[in-house]
Design a protein around this ligand. Structure first.
Ligand SMILES: O=c1ccn([C@H]2C[C@H](O)[C@@H](CO)O2)c(=O)[nH]1
Ligand SMILES: [Zn+2]
Length: 130
């Protein structure tokens, strides 16, 4: 993964609205249009109404004209890695393919690289609809 994607995720994290969990997260996507789209988690006083960094980045990608996630970096401010939550895995899968790579990062850079199948095995896919 090139440095710019990591830096975009880390910069996006600065925009997190996470006063309740105090767990800012940043995500950055390189899309099929070559552009980088980033997002942060945005929490809400009514806790279930908040959302993760990944859907913010996906929303930016869709509205910016990107259609496929080529690669995606996720970073949390705290020392621990931030493996995307279950709901995010499904949302990422919607725009991923066999080539997609997901990078779990910390301040030192990429610590783990995953394919979509590793992130969400036995996924619900369009073939499942029959
Ligand atoms: O995949 C994930 C998991 C969690 N969070 C956010 C949601 C919440 O604001 C905070 C603590 O769970 O981390 C993300 O942004 N992405
Ligand atoms: Zn999530």
């Amino acid at each position: 993964m090139s440095r710019d994607l990591f830096e975009a995720a880390r910069d996006a994290m600065k925009y997190a609205h996470a006063p309740y969990s105090k767990f800012p997260v940043g995500a950055a996507i390189r899309a099929d249009d070559g552009k980088v789209y980033a997002g942060a988690n945005i929490e809400n006083l009514s806790f279930p109404q908040g959302w993760c960094a990944e859907p913010t980045a996906i929303g930016c990608m869709i509205m910016g004209g990107g259609r496929k996630i080529v690669e995606m970096a996720v970073i949390a401010e705290k020392l621990a890695l931030c493996p995307p939550c279950g709901g995010c895995r499904q949302k990422i899968a919607e725009f991923a393919g066999p080539e997609t790579r997901i990078y779990l990062c910390d301040d030192g850079g990429v610590q783990k690289t995953l394919t979509m199948d590793e992130l969400l095995p036995f996924a619900f896919k369009t073939e499942s609809l029959g």
